[in-house]
Design a protein around this ligand. Structure first.
Ligand code: SAH
Length: 322
């Protein structure tokens, strides 16, 4: 029986994250430099002030991986934002039991939830880095003058007729990140009604686009997305313009997307790197190299984007100034 691509991707990734250390196959911004999590901690502290310093606030992270981002953020807020540090209750949204164990070791005292809908009510600051790219997508393909949807059978693509609007040349592929869009709509409507702010960092174009972006990393190398189910990390571009529309329709205010390099530079990436390098000259070169990797347009600085959600009429979140 052919299985729809999004069902295949959901199963494959759930098995993958439950059984693998994904960081053997790829690395992420918080694993590249401690400054990434530190800057996001400072961002959250300012966001908390913009929310008028609630005495208790949920500080949530979706898909925290090894817990590195939150550990670095907490170290920074303990030093520079003690009132926020004390007010924040850490909640991780994570399904993988193996990764939960790693997160517990890095961030003692956190609480785990399997899904966004399971978080307790109330104002919330939510962080998510490379979370939405792992959520399942659908793919539509034009063939023989008609639209089809990509399914999977025996680890190969299989096209089945699909009702889809619009004309396009044969061979055109169009992705729909249905799960990411639904997730952002839920998040945005929660922020609109209960208060809070979200910061999402991930990779994807800043404008609407077509083409297949689904990719697999298997044993650290690019691989066919269907050939190693449960053994490879499957990700796809995050469609930020569509997420912004979804957040707006849910009654909230979207900000960005903004290239990661610009966002981190505005938050003080280079000043922080200089300070660390001065304090530890032996590490100066690797600190600078890591910062370049995060911020240079030819590396992660352009394809990766920062995107925020606030209530309508809320102040501009840090880094998103026009
Ligand atoms: N944010 C981390 C890890 C990114 S990997 C970093 O930047 O290093 C993706 C993370 O999302 C992993 O922790 C994975 O277990 C989690 N994840 C993937 N799909 C999920 C889902 N449907 N629900 C909850 N967590 C999920």
């Amino acid at each position: 029986m052919p299985e729809r691509l999004d069902a295949f991707m959901a199963r494959a990734n759930e098995a993958y994250y439950a059984t693998h250390d994904p960081f053997a196959d790829f690395t992420t911004s918080p694993e590249i430099s401690q400054v990434f999590g530190e800057l996001l901690g400072a961002w959250a502290a300012i966001a908390w002030e913009q929310l008028r310093c609630p005495a208790s606030i949920i500080l949530a992270e979706a898909g925290p991986g090894r817990g590195t981002l939150m550990a670095d953020a907490r170290r920074a807020t303990a030093r520079i934002a003690a009132p926020f540090h004390a007010a924040a209750k850490i909640h991780f949204i994570e399904t993988s039991p193996t990764l939960r164990e790693k997160q517990q070791a890095r961030v003692p005292g956190a609480t785990w939830n399997a899904a966004l809908a399971d978080l307790p009510p109330g104002p919330m600051i939510l962080l998510a880095n490379e979370f939405l790219d792992a959520l399942p997508i659908r793919q539509f393909e034009r063939a023989g003058g008609a639209w089809h949807e990509r399914h999977v059978e025996a680890n190969e693509f299989r096209l089945l007729p699909a009702a889809h609007q619009g004309e396009a040349p044969d061979g055109t592929i169009f992705e729909r990140a249905e799960a990411a869009l639904a997730w952002v709509a839920t998040l945005a409507s929660r922020i609109a009604t209960q208060g809070g702010v979200a910061l999402i960092l991930d990779y994807g174009p800043g404008t609407d686009s077509t083409g297949a972006s689904l990719q697999a990393l298997h044993a650290g190398k690019q691989a066919h997305p269907l050939h190693h189910p449960g053994q490879a990390d499957l990700t796809a571009h995050v469609p930020f313009p569509a997420l912004a529309t979804a957040a707006h329709h849910a009654g909230a205010q979207p900000w960005g997307p903004l290239p990661q390099g610009i966002f981190l530079t505005r938050l003080g990436l280079w000043q922080r790197v200089e300070r660390l390098a001065t304090a530890n000259p032996a590490n100066a070169e690797s600190l600078h190299e890591a910062a370049h990797r995060l911020a240079a347009p030819s590396r992660m600085g352009h394809l990766f984007k920062a995107f925020a959600i606030t209530q309508r009429a809320a102040p501009t979140p840090p880094g998103f100034e026009a």
